[in-house]
Design a protein. Sequence first.
Length: 556
Amino acid sequence: MFLRFARRALLGCLSLPLMAGAAEPARAAAAIDPDQLERHEDLTESLANSLHAFSLEIRQRDLNGIAGHLGPDFSGTDLPLAEGPATPEFRWIEHRPTRDAKRLDRAAFLESWGAYLADFQSMEDVRWKVKGAEFSGDPVHAHAKIKFFWLGRNAQGHREWVTGQGILDALRSDEERWQLESLEITKLDARVATRDAFHEVGLTAGIAQTLPPWGSPGNEQFMAHGVALADVNLDGALDMFLTGSASNFLYVNQGDGRFTDQARDALVAITPPATGPLFLDYDNDGDSDLFLASIGTQMLFENRIIPDGRLEFVEVSEQAGVSHIAEGYSALSADVNADGFPDIYVCSYNKYGQVMPDSWSDARNGTPNLLFLSNGDGTFAEAASAWGVADSRWSYAGHFGDFNGDRRPDLYVANDFGVNTLYIHQGDHFENEAAAFGLDDTGNGMGVSLGDYDNDGLLDVHVTNMSSTAGNRILQVLFPDGVNTPEYANTLLKLAAGNTLFHNDGNGQFRNVSPEAGPFGGGWAFGGGFLDFDNDGWNDLHTPNGFISGKDLKDT
């Protein structure tokens, strides 16, 4: 799906200059043979699928399976890892030494790789991807640039992460299978973590959940879900609420590293399908209430631990005035009108698949976002249009923050299929000044986070976008020289580039520093953002990613 999405999006974008009547871009687009590009991408996708199968054999450390991908006259380089001590790189991360690669025949190649893989206790993930390819002849021969990585536990039980690039030659044996004739590793980096910073404890903590495969009973709906944290029972420990497919979960912290699901007792296990949960004290009584963004009617639940002394959430959506229809994907809160009560903003998407974006780079046919302003009496008034924030792009996530130093909450919104918005608070309304601040990020916006990554006392911005190997590969075919690239191609390059990190220059301007600080390719990325995961006083970045996956890349 990702490959086909990238192809469809890029070819769709290429038609925009023609429709707009731009002379120079139109000449560039006219030189492209769509049929030839389609054939090229069909072959590339076929090769990518074959390499994906090759990845699975390596992950399973199946030498017979690996051998099945190698032609009879195959030759390739060994893994150029040298003997000797590793070099400390960053705290508990060490860099393994490398050497020049040695060329091996088929038997020696398998023996060399087999010895390397045998040292691993487990192999967690392996990926081989096509960066670019040329095809010729019949049967079809491929000459391709590739990149790869794998991650596993080595003989010492330490996590080893290997990344690299190379060149391969392959011959197509049938429609979907290729035999490798040659494999040359041109670049390789190997890092080892001498200790684990994090451990998976979901099962022992009592919060592990396994969903049925998407599309099967219990998980039929194509929608996002989320999590929110708060001390809902006022015992001093953080609790968790998760929206789910068949039911929601309210994990109450027991104070000993374990949680118990009290959603049913708290009356929030079964609700209409919800996406983004948000805890806030909407009535200022001292406990955390629960708002649920939803594809449908938005919902609000009052926490009754104050004044009743029992953990129950009572729905007050209708009487509070928030039961508005939206394609709500997430919600956030700030005191927008400075009355001492929290207000709520809902990022609203659209029914993707039933409704398609009217542009791949500047879609504006999403559904209007909502702004619920508190009346101070437990009720809200929807005022997005009046305040200028009823954005009808495909909004996915947002973040309140003071971008101009006037101590009023401004609003940054990440939009899928287009340009993000920065709403600057004007006192009684907002105005979109993203371009003036240098924050009009174009991409498939899925998340935004604020943090001071360089410790200069100023808030910087991280935007989660998709990155696409397939998209970059297609663009290399369309614009191979990188010179005199038409402006619309720069937009396409940005759409495939991945996350964006904006540095706050302190003068009302933000600068995209992703190329030098990153790059930040996160694949099919969502949410995430700044956190100091190693407690060294510096903000790090985390990006969750993934989508519906199968053994075939066409299912990804």
